[in-house]
Design a binder for this molecule. Structure first.
Ligand code: ZN
Length: 95
């Protein structure tokens, strides 16, 4: 599907196809597809959230920290499953 995107530099309208970066037909400025821009923002936001998450394993972590984080992650998932199960149980049980 082709999209019409206005060039930020010269204001010329360009049709964009696909998600690849294209250059303005008029001035050669790189045209940003708004859809792609939005997806990039979402991706960046997700990465930021992941960075804030205490159990996210980073490259610079040593083996012990990596192990502790993996254990923490698994523990978290197990606890959330149990909590989820009880929440479901409370919802289905006739009170
Ligand atoms: Zn242009």
């Amino acid at each position: 599907m082709a999209n019409s995107v206005k060039c930020k530099n010269c204001g010329e309208w360009n049709s964009i196809e696909g998600s690849t970066k294209q250059k303005c037909a008029n001035c050669g400025e790189i045209i940003q597809d708004p859809t792609k821009e939005r997806l990039d923002k979402i991706k960046k936001y997700k990465e930021e959230q992941l960075d804030k998450w205490m159990f996210t394993i980073k490259e610079q972590d040593n083996a012990l920290v990596k192990f502790a984080k993996k254990t923490g992650n698994i523990t978290y998932i197990v606890i959330m499953s149990i909590v989820g199960f009880f929440a479901w149980l409370a919802a289905v049980l006739p009170l």
